[in-house]
Design a protein. Structure first.
Length: 283
């Protein structure tokens, strides 16, 4: 078994933690690798075309953004991501620093499950293909007024939204930008798409949940010749002009997350969203 380590360059402590994890795994006869520059710092082998297909786990040290980058870069690998939270708000990176080595023990002892999370596959007006694990955001950018976004589902017109933008998210992304824009939280194992308007002109324009078997067509309508911006997970960026259409569907590729028995989704929600129960009642 090979495990790949991914410390976050912006978090100084992540490299010290990665070195400790590498030493710990080596004592259990588990081979450890990393990307070129990180491997040099950690004094471990680099990921190569020879060993990458044998990688079973990707250990992310950072926040959800670090996991998203791995989901994009290594989507062709049959490897699951374990997220250690060294960042701020982390829903996918749900292992706190104090639980790192008990969690590594769980991984070695196979006390985990693998959750498959759907991804969006998008196609631009120019037939460029892109992917998103969390969301695709259509935003007015430098337009000083609201924009009109027309959405069709399987050739049926849903609505033309006048808003600052539209978020199309996966269940995994429902706790990200969509949540801030008033969207619901979806259980991450669902196969669904969530359409959430950003500051719509009409308050009756509410979020809509669709099956992920649907194909979405997003068309930008404008009387002005101002482009808007399209962002996939905040990592892939496009410009969209008037009357252009982007197509979105469920990707055949999914990304995998390691879920340990010591952590569950709803305890993560309670912790990260600071949900409070009634005083005096036990959970």
């Amino acid at each position: 078994m090979i495990v790949a380590l991914f410390p976050n360059e912006e978090i100084d402590s992540s490299f010290d933690i990665a070195k400790q994890i590498a030493t710990y795994l080596a004592k259990h006869n588990i081979k450890v690798v990393s990307e070129d520059e990180k491997a040099k710092i950690l004094n471990i082998p680099t990921i190569s075309s020879i060993n990458e297909k044998k990688i079973k786990f990707l250990i992310s040290m950072g926040g959800d953004g670090t996991i998203l980058r791995l989901a994009h870069k290594y989507r062709d690998l049959d490897a699951a991501i374990l997220g250690i939270n060294l960042g701020n708000l982390g829903f996918m990176a749900d292992i706190p620093e104090k639980d790192i080595f008990p969690s590594i023990d769980d991984l070695i002892s196979k006390k985990y499950t693998i959750e498959n999370r759907i991804m969006i596959e998008g196609k631009t007006f120019k037939e460029e293909t892109f992917f998103a694990a969390n969301d695709v955001v259509f935003h007015r950018a430098h337009n000083h007024s609201l924009i009109d976004i027309s959405i069709h589902v399987d050739n049926m017109h849903i609505n033309t939204f006048s808003a600052d933008g539209i978020i199309i998210s996966t269940p995994n992304g429902s706790t990200a930008y969509s949540l801030s824009a008033g969207g619901p939280i979806l259980a991450p194992e669902l196969h669904a798409f969530l359409i959430t308007p950003i500051c719509p002109h009409t308050i009756s324009n509410r979020p809509i949940v669709l099956t992920a078997e649907n194909t979405l067509e997003i068309k930008y309508l404008s009387k002005h010749n101002y482009p808007i911006e399209v962002h996939a997970d905040g990592l892939v960026h496009f410009e969209m002009n008037t009357n252009e259409t982007f197509k979105l569907k469920k990707s055949e590729k999914e990304f995998k997350l390691v879920k340990l028995q010591r952590h569950d989704y709803f305890s993560t929600l309670r912790s990260k969203l600071n949900w409070a129960g009634k005083i005096g009642l036990e959970s």
